[in-house]
Design a protein around this ligand. Sequence first.
Ligand code: SF4
Length: 311
Amino acid sequence: MLQQTQVERVKDFFTRFIARFPDVRALAAAREPEVLRLWEGLGYYRRARQLHAAAKVIVADHDGRFPRTAAELRSLPGIGRYTAGAIASIAFDEREPIVEANSRRVIARLVGHSGPLGGTAGDEPIWEIARRLVPARRPGRFNQALMDLGAMVCSPERPLCGTCPLAAKCVANREGLVATIPRKAERRAVQRRHETAVVAVRRGRVFVVRRGDGEWWAGLWDFPRVPGRAARAARGIAACGRLGGLRCGVTARLGTVVHTVTHHRITLDVVRCAADRVGTAAADCRWVTPRQLAALALTSPARRIARLLRL
Ligand code: SF4
C-alpha cells in the first residue's frame, strides 16, 4: 500500500484491510472483487491484484510461510528488486541493498554520480554501489538509515549538508554539485483528450464493464466509454463493442468528469442513454441496480459518475 502512497493516506485502508484479511491465508481465500473493493480509492490497483496473487502463491507453493530471501521473494507477483531487498533486509536481516527515491539521491550525491537516474539502466550503477555499501551486520537498519537520511537531511531541494554525517565524504558537497545531482528527469508532456462515458439505463439498472488486463484500472468496473466529445460520440455509442450490440439513444447529459491517469488528462463527458434492449453483453459486462453499483469496486471516475446519477 505504501508504494507511491504516503502513510497518512494509507492508514485507514490498511486498518480495514488487515481487519478483513488478518493473515495470508485469509487473503488468498478471498475473491478478487472483494480485495479490490477494500482497495478502492487508494489507486494503483495493480498492487492489490498482485498482493492477492502473491498470497495465493505463498499458500500454494510455500505452505503459507512467507519467503525469507530476496531471491525467493522476487519470484512472487508484484515483488521487484526494491521490495524484495526491503523485506529481506528489514524483516529477515539478509544483506541486500535498497534503492528508492531517497537512498538513490543520497548515493548519487555521495559518489558524485551525475548520469541520468531512473529506469533499469539509469539506476544500475546506484544499485551496484548500494550493494557494496550495505553491511552484513544490521543491513535493514543501514537501509532504513539511508532512506531516512535522504528524506530528512539530503532532501531534493535544500539538503542540510552542514549537519549531514556524510558531509566529509560526499563528493557532491565537496565539489559544489549538490544542486545538479541527481540530474532532473525530463517531464513527459501532458496529453489531453476527450472521451464520453455512456450510462446506459434500462428498467432501473445501469450497464457496467470490467476493465481488462493491460488496461488502466484492470479488474475494476467502469462505464463504457467512446472516444470524443458527447455530441460527436452519440452516433458511435451504438457501435461500442463493450455494449455488446446494445442499442441506445442519448437522453441527457449528466455532466463532465475530468481526471488524470499517468500523464493523460481526460475530459469525460457523461451521457445517459435509454437502452431499448439488454443486448448480447460480452463477458465482464453487467446490468446492475444502484445498490449493486455501490457495492462494486469502481474506477475513481466511475465512482464520481455514480454520484451524478439519479436512478
Ligand atoms: S553532504 Fe549534503 S549532498 Fe552530501 S549526502 Fe549529505 S546532505 Fe546529501
